[in-house]
Ligand binder design. Structure first.
Ligand code: GDG
Length: 461
């Protein structure tokens, strides 16, 4: 690991949710941030995930392995307005190119700003002037501006985990300038892809009167210098490959394998979210079954979709739609000894998932829009180098900019997805190996540690 120039400065990570040490379900991002914090010494600050009578009445503290953790609870009203209302009811759909689903209410925006002010108040008391502050995601866009108003002069970076749509769409968000222009208070704004970066620069240059300087930084209308850059997030490539190799002896994995009775497995793993394109994916699979009777009994599609954000109406609706659609597919095509689709609303341990990925001949990742999509990368990293599976990947996932050797599809074009599935299932070993090697080379070079270091290095300069 190269030593960034700012070595010595403490790292402060701020995100809506905090991954506390020894919590079981920490994903790749959480462990990478934890590793970065441990290495440099640091603080992780955010919401505890719990509700209380008042927001931030107490700051819960924990110290573990060189890292301080500080979390606050939210009141029910703040949770409803900030988290469910504005962040997930307005910003999430907007950032995923779904203005039709935006539920904008001024009271939600007020709650969002209120919670960000509280974050700023509490955080200000926890930081020292040399700390480097790294804020994550759409829940906390105005945080730097609020810290600056309180006199905080530290270097502050922001990373957006979602896509950023083009300016022409962003301006449909009511009060977009009040919110998005606060981003100029960050020194560095990171996004996943060059497409997102173009959208970011376009918005600032054309909607806010910022100008681009020769050195690549922008100067805002009020004279602040800030910079946008693309940092495609990644996974713990080596760790995942090892977990997948070692999953072989796992009992549950053995049960899945036995149940397949030699059939080819197609796997999908997604949070239950309308951005993931699940209804279209189910439809594409149904079209495959319709047009290729020779595949009946020879394939099984396993879709793992742990529910999320059940407080938002659209999430409950999509859950019902998928129950109907999977039931319909099984009703129409199943045989007494074969169900074409296995649809599960449950989450599995990450190590077991790695084994499932390795067992699957096809990884089916077809979001309508996705900042990156880590599942696509995890699927590739988990494959057996001797007999790798094929990734079918949406062009609209950030991952498609790096994983160009996947079978790239437009997820809305269900015929094209069905074609890709057919091609994947029939792909000869030599081509599978060649595509997998090319994708794996990308993931070995840009793993989660490289991502973390690249961002922090850029922020430290
Ligand atoms: C956001 C952006 C961006 C899934 N099911 C289970 C499980 N998972 C894990 C996966 C993966 C993670 O959750 C999901 O990451 P994704 O990237 O696929 O999607 P989002 O949750 O929408 O993440 C996305 C990401 O942030 C990072 O910047 O890539 O674009 O939307 O790691 O493996 N983990 C366990 N059990 C499950 O059943 N343990």
């Amino acid at each position: 690991m190269s030593t960034p120039r700012h070595a010595g400065a403490r790292l402060v990570v701020v995100s809506n949710r905090v991954a506390l040490p020894r919590q079981t379900a920490t994903g790749g991002l959480a462990s990478a941030l934890q590793a970065a914090l441990r290495e440099r010494g640091g603080l992780w600050f955010g919401w505890s995930g719990k509700l209380a009578a008042d927001t931030a009445a107490t700051v819960h503290r924990l110290h573990d392995a060189n890292v301080d953790y500080a979390t606050i609870d939210l009141s029910r009203t703040d949770y409803d307005d900030f988290y469910t209302g504005f962040a997930n009811g307005a910003l999430w759909p907007m950032l995923h190119y779904r203005p039709d689903l935006v539920d904008y209410q001024r009271s939600y925006l007020d709650g969002y700003l209120r919670v960000n002010e509280t974050f700023a108040d509490r955080l200000q008391q926890l930081i020292t002037p040399d700390d480097i502050i790294w804020v994550h995601d759409y829940h906390l866009i105005p945080l730097a501006a609020m810290l600056r108003r309180r006199g905080v002069k530290n270097r502050i970076g922001f990373f957006l985990h979602t896509p950023l749509p083009a300016a022409g769409l962003l301006i449909a968000l009511p009060n977009h300038r009040e919110l998005l222009e606060t981003l100029v208070s960050y020194d560095l704004i990171g996004v996943h892809t060059t497409r997102d970066l173009r959208a970011l620069e376009d918005y600032f240059l054309h909607e806010t009167g910022a100008v681009m300087r020769r050195d690549g930084r922008m100067r805002s209308a009020n004279g602040r210098l800030f910079r946008g850059a693309a940092f495609p997030i990644s996974i713990d490539t080596a760790g995942l490959a090892e977990a997948a190799r070692n999953a072989g002896s796992n009992r549950e994995l053995g049960q899945l394998r036995d149940s397949l009775e030699g059939r080819s497995l197609i796997i999908g793993v997604d949070r239950l979210d309308y951005s993931k394109g699940l209804p279209q994916r189910f439809q594409a699979y149904a079209q495959l079954l319709e047009r290729a009777p020779e595949l009946h009994r020879r394939i099984t599609f396993l879709q793992i979709a742990p529910p999320s954000r059940g407080a938002v109406l659209e999430y409950r609706q999509i859950r019902r739609d998928l129950e109907r659609s999977s039931g319909h597919i099984n009703g129409k095509y199943a045989a007494p000894d074969w169900a074409p689709i296995r649809y599960i609303n449950k989450s599995f341990p990450h190590k077991l998932l790695a084994g499932y990925y390795r067992t699957a001949r096809v990884g089916l990742v077809t979001p309508l829009r996705d900042g990156m999509n880590l599942v696509a990368k995890e699927y590739v990293a988990s494959q057996d180098p001797e007999d790798p599976g094929v990734l079918v990947l949406s062009r609209f996932a950030g991952a498609a900019q790096e994983l160009t050797d996947a079978l790239l599809v437009n997820p809305a074009d269900t015929e094209e997805v069905a074609d890709a599935l057919q091609q994947a299932l029939a792909m000869p070993l030599a081509e599978r190996r060649q595509r997998w090697n090319a994708m794996m080379a990308v993931l070995r070079k840009n793993d989660i540690t490289a991502w973390c270091n690249a961002f922090l290095q850029a922020l430290g300069h």
